[in-house]
Design a protein. Structure first.
Length: 418
């Protein structure tokens, strides 16, 4: 066997010193072929090999060390759970390995594909809500002057350039920064960007998001008397009355009008929430039940029958939407309401009303309207969220008048019992 050249011996010793024993370096078609023994010893156990793009030459000493270091980091990452071959594919284009600058245009393109092609988000949703944020980050990275040079610097520069007028601690500020954070993680873990591009995390990220100076404005519930007025005012528009009645009496999200079905007389609601978790493990349709108004007993069952029979259809612009156009459905529902004279009159008296007030009114009735309130856990299940979410979003609108009435009723029941 030919004697190994001195530079190769030196490189092998450096690899062993930095990353332990078990690494094999050899030549294959004038390129480095790198192996790793699973037992940590090249003479025992199974050995995996990869064929690299690196020339088998003295000048690649540093690139080989960098490559092995990058692969070791990927293989030790519990979130990735990859072996040698997968790790190499992740880092082969890394700037640490190639010495070339990363192609951020390619990173941006691959990131979009990973979000849309995987089904994590719909293409239209990505285009409307996320793409402009990624484009902003890309512009700050590739700017000719004043460009960001690492992940933390990019996020701070992004906040300075684009979030100065966005309230600290708000959901808008949080979504912007979390999207940029996801993009940077993708660049490092999937595209070989230097680790310096990892985003801010933990306390540093919380500090950049900030804390709210004012409490978020709660959505008010539509009260029973307002809902009665609205339903009576919609008698001349059966399609809109059907949509409003279903949303209000069954506590639906307006977008859920697109995923209604009826099975054995029960109204079923499909899933309109779309994220990585829901795409991987979609929830089965939930069964909803009416919380009726005293003056409209049986109205919910009548509306379900009309919907199922097709005698009355949902508004045309909602029916004509593309499948999964859930956000567009919400916008369309709002437009129908905003053009209605009865709704306009109600908003003139109560400017805080929004289309979502119909859903909030369902939660209000569950807690305040009936002699025996529904348990919070049951209400949350009917509305399609967990108890924590229910308390966070529907525990805020208990007004002083409702609280006073509840206390007085409790006191009267105590007096009556004595």
């Amino acid at each position: 066997m030919a004697q190994a050249q001195q530079w190769l011996k030196t490189l092998r010793q450096a690899v062993k010193g930095d990353y332990g024993s078990g690494w094999i370096l050899k030549e294959q078609y004038d390129r480095f072929k790198i192996g790793r023994s699973e037992a940590g010893n090249a003479r025992h156990g199974k050995t995996q090999f990869i064929s690299t793009d690196l020339p088998f030459a003295r000048g690649c000493h540093r690139k080989v060390l960098n490559l092995i270091g990058e692969m070791v980091a990927k293989m030790q990452d519990p979130e990735l759970g990859v072996g040698l071959a997968e790790a190499y594919e992740l880092v082969r284009s890394s700037t640490e390995v190639t010495g070339a600058a990363i192609n951020w245009e390619e990173v941006r393109s691959r990131y979009k594909a990973s979000r849309v092609d995987s089904g994590t988000v719909k293409a239209s949703n990505y285009a409307e809500h996320e793409e402009y944020r990624i484009n902003r980050a890309f512009a700050l990275i590739t700017a000719r002057t004043g460009a960001a040079h690492d992940g933390g610097g990019l996020m701070r520069l992004y906040a300075q350039k684009h979030l100065m007028k966005v309230e600290p601690g708000s959901s808008g500020r949080k979504r912007n920064l979390l999207d940029v954070s996801r993009f940077l993680k993708f660049a490092v873990k999937k595209c070989g960007a230097d680790k310096k591009w990892l985003p801010l995390e933990a306390d540093d990220l919380k500090e950049l998001i900030g804390h709210r100076q004012t409490a978020p404005k709660p959505t008010v519930p539509i009260k029973p008397e307002e809902l009665i007025t609205l339903l009576n005012g919609l008698e001349s528009d059966p399609s809109l009355r059907l949509a409003v009645g279903l949303v209000a009496l069954f506590g639906l999200r307006p977008a859920e009008l697109m995923v209604l079905s009826v099975e054995d007389g029960n109204q079923k609601i499909g899933n309109v929430k779309r994220n990585a978790h829901s795409s991987a493990t979609p929830k089965p349709p939930r069964t909803v039940q009416e919380l009726p108004l005293k003056e409209f007993q049986g109205e919910g069952a009548r509306l379900v029958q009309l919907f199922q029979s097709g005698l009355v259809k949902l508004p045309k612009s909602i029916r004509n939407l593309e499948a999964d156009a859930f956000k567009a459905c919400g916008h369309t529902f709002r437009q129908y309401l905003d053009r209605n004279a009865t709704w306009q009159s109600l908003k003139a008296s109560n400017p805080e009303l929004t289309p979502y007030s119909l859903r909030h009114g369902y939660a209000w009735r569950a807690a305040k309207y009936y002699p025996q309130p529904l348990p919070l856990r049951d209400t949350a299940k009917l509305m399609g969220h967990d108890l924590k979410t229910h308390i966070r979003h529907y525990g805020q609108w208990t007004d002083d008048a409702s609280t006073k009435s509840a206390v007085e009723a409790s006191i009267q029941s105590l007096i009556g019992a004595s």
